[in-house]
Design a protein around this ligand. Structure first.
Ligand SMILES: Nc1nc2c([nH]c(=O)n2[C@H]2C[C@H](O)[C@@H](COP(=O)(O)OP(=O)(O)OP(=O)(O)O)O2)c(=O)[nH]1
Length: 166
């Protein structure tokens, strides 16, 4: 069942990344890719297209599925999976939305202190062009206490439970 699984689209074009400063909701105050939950009747990739249009005002011309991240929180009942897509090109002009203020960044200058704590682990793999799966455990919503990240051939094939044993 795909409904509900969040996704994240990261635009990488001409050697720079388009991130957004999240202004509202979960993760506000952090720089992130563009994304949100999958709506009924959508595939995860369709939701990534829609969220990119809604939050950044641009239309992806292709999406590359690059990662699956599982997050567990000690203050939430269920873990959730986030599917990460690379967007190598798009049409339109990025513009600020109610949720996100888009900013172009150089990969070597990512503001990891203003991003989710897991991002410093998987962005380097993403930027190398590899695919990945990971499990990340948080306490107090934002403090990362444990993780296991692996490069994979095809994201989503490895059961998350296999990442729980190291
Ligand atoms: N980089 C990064 N992104 C994350 C992490 N955890 C996490 O949910 N995300 C992403 C996935 C989604 O794009 C977004 C959270 O989705 P959401 O559905 O709660 O966002 P939202 O409040 O904007 O909801 P929506 O109405 O747009 O669906 O944050 C993380 O640890 N690192």
């Amino acid at each position: 069942m795909e409904c509900g699984a969040p996704q994240l689209a990261i635009v990488e074009k001409n050697g720079r990344l388009l991130l957004g400063l999240k202004k509202t909701g979960f993760g506000s105050g952090y720089y992130n890719g563009f994304g949100g939950k999958v709506e009924p009747g959508e595939t995860i990739a369709q939701a990534a297209h829609r969220e990119l249009q809604e939050e950044a005002g641009i239309t992806a011309t292709s999406l590359q599925h690059r990662g699956v991240l599982t997050f567990a929180f000690d203050d939430q009942q269920l873990p959730w999976e986030v599917h990460v897509y690379r967007v190598p090109d798009y049409t339109g002009e990025p513009c600020e939305s109610q949720e996100m203020a888009p900013v172009w960044m150089h990969p070597q200058e990512l503001p990891y202190d203003k991003m989710w704590a897991d991002d410093r682990w998987w962005y380097p793999v993403f930027l190398r062009g590899a695919s990945f799966q990971g499990v990340f455990a948080f306490t107090n919503t934002t403090q990362l206490v444990w993780h296991n990240l692996q490069e994979v051939e095809e994201p989503g094939k490895l059961p998350a439970t296999e990442l729980l044993t190291v």
